[in-house]
Design a protein around this ligand. Sequence first.
Ligand code: SF4
Length: 339
Amino acid sequence: MASDALLFDVGRRKPTTRDVADLVKSGGTAALTEADRRADAATYQEVTCRSALNPVKGMPFNWTLNPYRGCTHGCHYCFARRYHVQFEMNTDDEFASVILVKKNFVEVLVRELDRPAWSREHVAFGTATDPYQPIEGHYKLTRGAIGALARGRTPIGLITKGPMVVRDRDVLGDLTRAAGCTVYMSVPTVDEDAWRTLEPGTAHPLQRLRAVRELVDAGIRAGVLMAPIVPGFSSSREKIERTIKTIADHGARFVGCNVMYLQDGTRTHFMKFIEREFPSMLPRFEKLYVKKYPPDWYRKEVQAMVKVLQARYGIMRRDEAETTPEKEQIEPEQVGFAW
Ligand code: SF4
């Protein structure tokens, strides 16, 4: 099979993600014999990408960038788990332990940004995988891509849970001046139990918030996404208030939130995880997640609570404030729920 030759011929072109999927389909991830197993127990498979900018439909942006696939952060709620089946890998351990590295990512991106037809539309960076994987310290693909985007005057919004983003404040600053850049640090909660349980491979939430402060101090527009808020783990009023207060204390420029949704392989993984680790919670999750999202009333309660607290701690987004004239009238008592 052609893909076998690509994997075994050291020094030749790296396999494409399709080659990797074919190989894994025939022999499991053990067939990735050229992959590099690191001390963090993850396996890194270099691949060749044909394109870097990925067009998407039905989102608030038209283009995404993801130098890696799979994520060692291994959050149990991660919506991107379901994408790993594209590579014939499972949404459980293999999502967090087999990382595809698009070795030629930066050079492909540079070519795409240089095309006369490129319209310099806003690009969402890190939508399918955190772009600050630990191995980014070695490959520097995210850093190289940000530099290319600055030279190509293309604005981005970058989402991450990785404090390593501070390393790149110089190129993020270049991009801010050249085209515009927003860093969305994902900190769903500062509650240590919830963090340890739900995000086993991520940096401590306070470390992430210190990174936000450093970025803001460097002149970069950086804020926090409390996403997702996970019912039963990080949804109590006390935890949400503590999180928003801590975010405000760290100088975040804005805060946004969303309640967890579960779809396809992500749903399967999360429910298995709950059944295994917290069996008594399973019936409540099954009731709350009959569909992809919990019922509207639940999401509205969470969002109302967050709005109240954003206003209290002075970090409501200006655009939200302008479009929510009744914001001050939402009473905290209206949004008291336990789960
Ligand atoms: S850091 Fe982001 S991409 Fe990685 S597992 Fe967590 S939610 Fe998914």
